[in-house]
Design a protein around this ligand. Structure first.
Ligand code: D5M
Ligand code: FE
Ligand code: ZN
Length: 488
């Protein structure tokens, strides 16, 4: 251990005197202290080459007094913002809609609602207007269509696929022959608990599928008019040692018109809304041994710090939705973060706390915000998918018209009377986060965005080989995407 400490300083071309060495060695989180000290010295005392206890005191004073550089709006930005309208409407928010007491009947109601909503969407397809109840499929029927929730997916020993589906009347066993290559291939992306339509014929025991359909979405031909910009961030993880405060400060400077080249400043002046898609703070007790990676170990203080950092953005609406690290119910849909934990944020006039998921209409642009916890389940369920495949995952979710189709795995779902995770209306923008990896694609006219993170790689993510894209911010400007990079 001793050598390790000395070597770390040597690498940074620094020497340690004995007292400083003893003090650092005695610190129970000396790895972190060393990194912080080296960074402090490089930035503030780069003429020093010997680290003494005085250097440590200086570093501590600097940390304590680290008066947040107040990031005021550029006067030009202020003027633009003072003279512009920023109308918005919360279209869907479940914060005050949680009724369930976790009864098994609630679970039935929940799945019935999921079935009813998605069946209705599937039935927009004329072929599925008239369907056969699954209880009536136990006979020889030449051409039938049915709609059901997927109960299980299995392969037969001959390599065909058996999918058990269920509707309120009963169950049906669907056979997908491997020789129907296209169908077989597309059945690879089926997941448990999603709602599908099946067309085929029944021999009394099995429904041999000719086709399987998802609720799906229609392609949008014409883009909506949009003469402004919306900024999307998520997974800031304030309070984590890995939170990149410097990149975040550059971001705040930019959004206030004080950072970047002229083009970037013009873009900032065009911004009318900021959307935050969850994991604003790192929280506490979210994963084993998290406290070792926390710089701020108190949840209230994490939100105070968040309020301080966002407090400089005063003249555009900030839509703030929670994630699995935030202080609200973990089961989705998650109610908005409340005053109990985040008083200052709740009191900030331009911050609108919404649920996860939620839908907001920002000057006629409809944005669906969903943190993205269910992506973990999709990655687990789908062969060959990784956390970097968010574009593919978002496309699947849009086709399934459900934000978290798989029930009972890593994503805890509250068995509400209504399934709020169904994508009933197609948004113009689907904004997700959670995986800490940026992505953007347009699918059938819908912008699908994952807004990355401001948190550098954690120990947990190292194990899962998740390489975050830190400080890269997607902006939808006049209907097109731009990524801004706040790394130096
Ligand atoms: O999630 C940060 C990253 O870690 C994200 O890429 C998902 C991944 N993650 C989080 N929880 C899990 C579990 N339980 N299994 C696999 N991968 C996971 P964050 O929500 O910020 O911690
Ligand atoms: Fe996160
Ligand atoms: Zn998350």
């Amino acid at each position: 251990m001793s050598n390790e400490i000395i070597e770390k300083f040597q690498k940074a071309e620094l020497l340690l005197n004995n007292n400083a060495f003893s003090e650092i060695k005695g610190n129970n989180d000396y790895d972190y202290l060393i990194n912080e000290l080296i960074e402090y010295i490089e930035e503030n005392e780069n003429d020093q080459y010997i680290v003494t206890t005085q250097t440590i005191r200086n570093y501590q004073d600097n940390e304590r007094q680290r008066i947040h550089e107040e990031i005021k709006e550029n006067p030009k930005t202020r003027e633009i913002r003072a003279n512009q309208e920023t109308p918005y409407e919360i279209v869907m928010d479940i914060s005050n809609k949680s009724y369930t007491d976790g009864d098994i009947n609630d679970l039935n109601k929940y799945f019935n609602d999921r079935y009813t909503k998605l069946k209705k969407i599937i039935q927009e397809n004329p072929e599925f207007k008239k369907i056969t109840d699954l209880k009536n499929t136990k006979a020889n029927i030449e051409n039938l269509t049915s709609i059901g929730i997927v109960n299980s997916i299995n392969n037969t020993k001959n390599g065909h696929r058996i999918i058990e589906i269920e509707d309120p009347t009963g169950t049906g066993t669907v056979l997908v022959l491997k020789d129907l290559e296209d169908l077989y291939e597309s059945s690879m992306t089926l997941v448990k608990d999603e709602v599908i339509g099946v067309s085929g014929s029944s021999n009394g025991t099995l429904i041999r599928a000719d086709d399987i359909v998802h609720p799906g979405i229609q392609r949008r031909i014409v883009d909506k008019k949009m003469d402004f910009s919306i900024v999307f961030i998520s997974d800031v993880h304030i309070g984590s040692k890995m939170f990149d405060e410097k990149a975040f400060n550059r971001f705040i400077k930019w959004i206030n018109g004080n950072y970047g080249d002229e083009k970037q400043q013009d873009l900032a002046n065009d911004v009318k809304y900021l959307v935050i898609g969850g994991d604003l703070v790192d929280g506490i007790g979210v994963y084993p041994n998290q406290e070792k990676e926390l710089k701020i170990k108190d949840i209230y203080e994490q939100y105070e710090e968040a309020a301080r950092l966002l407090g400089d953005v005063t003249d555009i609406p900030i839509i703030l939705s929670p994630g699995n690290h935030d202080a609200t119910r973990l089961a989705e849909p998650q109610p908005a973060i409340t005053e109990k934990y985040a008083k200052d944020l709740c009191n900030q006039k331009n911050i609108e706390m919404v649920s996860n998921p939620s839908i907001v209409n920002l000057d006629n642009i409809k944005v669906q915000v969903y943190h993205g916890r269910s992506f973990d389940d999709i990655v687990m369920a789908m062969n060959g998918y990784t956390h970097a495949d968010t574009d593919k995952i978002m496309k699947l979710l849009l086709e399934k018209r459900h934000l978290a189709p798989i029930y009972g795995e890593r994503t805890p779902l509250a068995s509400e009377f209504e399934d709020y995770m169904v994508i009933e209306d197609i948004p113009d923008i689907l904004h997700t986060g959670h995986v800490h990896i940026n992505s953007h694609t347009k699918y059938k006219g819908v912008h699908m965005i994952n807004s990355g993170t401001f948190q550098k790689q954690t120990e947990f993510q190292k194990i899962y080989n998740i390489v975050p894209t830190c400080g890269q911010i997607p902006v939808i400007t006049h209907g097109a995407l731009q990524i801004l990079d706040f790394n130096e």
